[in-house]
Design a binder for this molecule. Structure first.
Ligand code: ADP
Ligand code: MG
Length: 719
């Protein structure tokens, strides 16, 4: 067997198993070796009964009582049931068609129960869980590998599963491969001197240690190595990119703040000191011959758009080199159509009267301002026409969604590119945006996602950072309340009062549709469609409730947003799509359903939607459970001073499996561990920077191969 052989050569497998492996991205023998356990023993999946969350797969230990057999109420299926209790609470267990279970286990026995948690009328239960009697309760309930005191003798690896393939299958397959010593032929991509310097195990050792640790230290060291590796390669790639980008010459834009008066006079507000500072930073970069790469980070509502607009104005009021006519061009990319359209409209307001043409490109069509017939408004134009005018430089400002980076979009003199909500895009999209037209543009990347420092150092290692840490004057801090199920009605009454005063509300739900109740293990979370209907019929019949979600057609979404903007919809029930930069000043209330399902930073972002105006904003976080742990987590939304604190909190308290880094940030769970460790991230950065700056990385064939390989496999986007 060779590492490059198909994974099917490891052992005989069913088509279902083959498919499951494919779903996990495992196609070769080598991939299998790199399928790492997420934890060891079952220590981490163990929880206390009070923190069971419906839909989760969990393991609890406790004493079983009230065992009995009977017939299920509806279909007369034979069943067994009992209750399990630990120090924190009681949970019911029900087995259909397995009445013998009640006879196998003794009343009052200590048991281990494993299964999916379901909920009915507020009561949690396990349906058909696995159950076994145990001699004693484990000492380290709820403690993960990285927590304190887990027992070494429980150290068997637990692998990420997929339907049709179990952790156990992986265990046996991988142990077999280890016995064949296949891992010893894999070459270590990390230079030996770096491993020595930081005391990290070699690749071959780490593979053994991660799959078959003799003691906890082995597993820890192996995980540390792999997380260092991932962080190191991300950094190396960023540092190389930074060096390459900086070698590019860009258009010089020689403007100072006072040259922007035409625009700043148009703003219906005075810029904050932070905004002016950010603008000046960009203007300084513009004067340099090398291309700018800057990240503008600022809480939702801190006014990043005005900064970008000012920089855009500096650009379009500059002539292309050696020309006495025309303008340098700006590309402004936003992640959603709603947002792109909103920016297009803001630019019209800001630039009107200047003679600058502005266009919008999305998958549902193109617009241009001004229209020939009415110089104060826009008109729709064909894509072909738009592309022509952008290519010959007649349209200086092009706002758009992903459509903006299509190969067919060519600029005559692209000098400045903006990415709004950059965390919603992938590297590859950014690279497409900043390709040469015919020089590379200066890049301004903007984000409201406050991210932990270690993550910023890693993911944005190639960018210079500007932080807008000041909110515009007159903004009120939102009043945030964590609402337990029993207080739901009272909260609706408070909201009713605000709606009567003419304010508007968002209600954010985790899902679009009601899940199919017949499907096992579905996420039983509130859905936009059902909740919207319920709110309209039962809670706010005197107001108009609208719904908005990602499966609606762009035109439908647009219509709903317009109505909400106008105020003819009072309550907008939506998925978190409104997370992104929607700007309705009169909407001062946000209700977030199923808050357990969101990260704190994400909740903070959502809350930011209602701090746009001058009225007192309210944020009601509806918790599905009253579990102490979950409420404490949510409470930090009330106490934290800013988004950065919440991001750190999220990182430190992230449970394995929940809100994984791959989804949110494009890094693996194992790298998330490294991100908790500033020292490790700094070490990786030091080494990466050194190798990139000296070009030494080119001397290591394996580093080179890896960098070239990641270039090919970069994620498209993280949404
Ligand atoms: P974000 O940083 O989240 O993108 P926006 O740029 O959308 O924020 O700005 C949010 C709102 O604040 C907009 O309505 C904008 O007009 C307003 N705004 C921006 N700067 C200021 C300021 N200096 N004073 C008052 N309001 C401002
Ligand atoms: Mg914004």
């Amino acid at each position: 067997m060779k590492l490059s052989d198909p994974v099917t050569s490891v052992s005989r497998m069913t088509p279902i198993q083959q498919n499951a492996l494919k779903n996990l991205g495992i196609t070769t023998v080598r991939d299998l070796l790199f399928h790492f356990p997420t934890r060891y023993g079952d220590a981490a999946r163990m929880t206390t009964i009070d923190s069971l969350l419906k839909g989760d797969t969990a393991v609890v230990y406790g004493k079983i009582e009230k065992l009995k057999t009977g017939k299920a109420f509806i279909k007369k299926i034979p069943m067994a049931e009992g209750t399990v209790n630990d120090d924190t609470g009681t949970v019911r267990c029900i087995w259909f068609n397995q009445p013998y279970i009640a006879k196998m286990i003794a009343e009052g026995a200590l048991v281990r129960v494993e299964g999916k948690v379901s909920e009915r009328n507020g009561n949690r239960s396990f349906l058909n869980p696995k159950i076994e009697a145990v001699a004693s309760l484990p000492s380290a309930i709820g403690m993960s590998l990285f927590g304190e005191g887990s027992d070494d003798h429980h150290l068997y690896p637990v692998y990420p599963e997929s339907r049709g393939i179990s952790s156990n299958w992986f265990f046996h397959a991988i142990q077999k491969m280890l016995r064949l010593n296949l891992h010893e032929s894999i070459q270590d991509p990390i230079p030996t001197e770096i491993l020595k310097k930081y005391n990290l195990p070699s690749l071959a050792t780490a593979i053994v240690w991660i799959h078959a640790p003799k003691k906890e230290d082995n597993a820890l060291a192996a995980r540390k190595r792999f997380s260092f590796e991932e962080i190191f390669f991300i950094q190396l790639e960023k540092q190389i990119a930074k060096r390459e980008y900086e070698a590019n010459h860009s258009y010089k834009i020689e403007k100072s703040y006072s040259d922007l008066k035409f625009l700043t006079d148009k703003f219906p507000f005075t810029l904050t000191a932070g905004q002016i500072n950010a603008i000046n930073g960009i203007l300084d970069d513009f004067k340099k011959p090398r291309a700018m790469m800057r990240l503008l980070e600022g809480d939702v509502g801190s006014g990043k758009t005005a900064v970008a607009a000012a920089a855009a104005w500096a650009t379009v009021s500059s002539r292309p080199p050696k020309q006495t006519f025309g303008a340098l061009q700006v590309a402004y990319m936003a992640p959603t159509e709603i947002l792109a359209t909103q920016h297009f409209e803001s630019f019209i307001k800001y630039f009107v009267g200047s003679g600058i043409q502005i266009a919008l490109i999305t998958s549902s069509g193109c617009r241009k301002f001004p229209s020939k017939v009415n110089p104060r408004s826009w008109t729709t134009i064909s894509r072909a026409q738009l592309l022509k005018w952008v290519a010959n430089g007649e349209i200086p400002v092009l706002v758009g969604t992903h459509s903006l980076i299509a190969e067919s979009v060519k600029f005559k003199h692209l000098a400045f590119a903006v990415i709004d909500e950059q965390h919603r895009f992938g590297i590859r999209q950014r690279q497409k945006l900043i390709r040469k037209h015919p020089k590379v543009p200066h890049l301004l990347s903007m984000t409201a996602t406050p991210i932990p420092r270690t993550l910023a150092l890693t993911l944005y290692g190639d960018l210079d950072l500007t932080v807008l840490d000041e909110m515009p004057l007159g903004r009120k801090r939102p009043i945030t309340e964590i609402v337990l199920p029993k207080d739901r009605e009272a909260t609706y009454e408070k909201i009713r009062l605000e709606l009567k005063r003419g304010r508007q509300a968002y209600v954010i739900c985790p899902r679009i549709d009601e899940p199919d109740p017949a499907k096992e293990g579905v996420l039983l979370a509130r859905s936009v469609k059902a909740e919207g209907k319920m709110l309209q019929e039962k809670v706010f019949p005197e107001f108009k409730v609208g719904i908005l979600h990602g499966k609606m057609k762009p035109a439908e979404k647009d219509a709903v947003m317009k109505e909400f903007n106008k105020g003819s919809i009072d309550v907008l029930c939506a998925t978190s799509v409104v997370e992104v930069g929607v700007n309705v000043e009169n909407a001062t209330i946000i209700v977030i359903e199923g808050a357990e399902r969101f990260g704190l930073s994400q909740l903070h972002q959502l809350r930011g939607r209602v701090i746009r105006g001058t009225h007192q904003p309210y944020c009601y976080i509806f918790s599905e459970t009253a579990s102490a742990k979950s409420v404490a987590r949510l409470k930090s939304l009330v106490t934290a001073r800013n988004g950065f604190e919440l991001a750190e909190f999220d990182l430190q308290n992230r449970g394995a499996g929940e809100l994984t880094g791959r989804i949110q940030w494009g890094v693996s769970d194992i790298a998330m561990e490294a991100l908790k460790n500033l020292k490790m991230v700094e070490a990786a950065r030091t080494e990466a920077t050194r190798l990139a700056l000296t070009d030494d990385w080119k001397e290591y064939p394996l580093l080179r191969a890896r960098i070239e390989d990641t270039d090919k496999n970069k994620p498209i986007h993280f949404e």
